[in-house]
Design a binder for this molecule. Sequence first.
Ligand code: NAI
Length: 415
Amino acid sequence: MDYDIADPGLADDGARRVAWAGRRMPVLATIRERFRRERPLEGRRVGACLHVTAETANLMLALRDGGADVALCASNPLSTQDDVAAALVAEGIPVFAVRGEDADRYYRHIHAVLDVKPDITMDDGADLVTVLHTERTELAPIGSTEETTTGVIRLRAMAEDGTLRLPVVAVNDSATKHLFDNRYGTGQSALDGILRASNILLAGSHVVVVGYGDCGRGVADRADGMGAKVIVVEVDPIRALAAAMDGYEVMTARDAAPIGDVFITVTGNKHVLRMEHFERMKDGAILANAGHFDIELDLDALGKAAVARRPIRANLDEYELADGRRLLVAAEGRLVNLGAAEGHPADVMDMSFSNQALAAEWLVGRAGSLEPKIYTLPAELDEEVARIKLESMGAGLEQLTEAQERYLSGWQEGT
Ligand code: NAI
């Protein structure tokens, strides 16, 4: 079996963590159990480009139990958990991922996964599908799935200009994915990453959240819950208004720059904090990004302006400016929750990866009948994920009475 990982000797440590994560993923476990019986992916090859974490490992095992041959590479050079990669290789699943790999090796690994000629591809940020459309045009998978907002935006752009040549399920757009992953997952784990990198006290400090989408809202809520004074920076007037109604101060990045102790970008956009903002920041301000790509902070410009750059702690670099101010950057401006912490908790990824597993099954069941466009999973599948989750929590779900159903679907009854 071909693979490229840091150290196969880490397999036992990895297996323990994979099992622990699995215990917190009851929905995926239920789907895996059904997959084991029904084998809906029998004989299909799945090529996945996802963060190589203990939770992803559980998804890979569920797909394998569903009958698929699976190969995995990383969707971010810094997020790979080397022990998990080793554990998967020990399970017979080819993995091509090494934490800290350079761009060359990262893309070599994407090609290695495409070399298995996947029937289904799974992406987190659309790097795999992009390579499929540029360099590996000889391949024609049945379809692909996309995990994150940024990937879906890239794919929609491809669909609009007519370049997209395969159907893609936007797993990101399932309600159960979005709510858990973007809001609760990023909310908690982005702060976890910043705290692990810096060990600062959030209470009483000014936390500036740039972008108030699902992720930004989660980050703001959790920072608020820990006693921080939250400032939101937004370009969308409706979302900015929502932030103000949720009780946060809303201001421009320029105005927030001299106030913030911690800045967290979650926009999916480029250079949202740049030199004109860095110039106004306080000595000791911490900068972190939880958006998909490492371009939200203009670190090239900061690097050029700095007179010195030194690591201060694990995953925290200090940039010293000519006027003596020091700005601290967490996880090199990459996804802070994955670079400086362990990504989303397993409970969150349970929802995302249950949707991924169902999306793979959905694509295989419709092989050849789908158009090259972006699909969202049907609401019934989303609801199935929510129901299994509620059951696992012991929560009761109220049922509509027949009279209520009639009332809600009719128009005759008034007051
Ligand atoms: P979203 O599209 O719902 O929200 C982004 C918000 O940023 C929008 O309200 C937009 O108006 C705002 N924005 C754009 N440019 C801005 C600027 N220059 N200044 C201020 N605000 C600006 O997206 P969502 O779902 O919140 O995701 C945000 C990013 O986080 C994406 O890149 C996504 O892929 C990524 N993501 C990261 C996760 C993680 O684990 N860290 C998990 C899920 C998503």
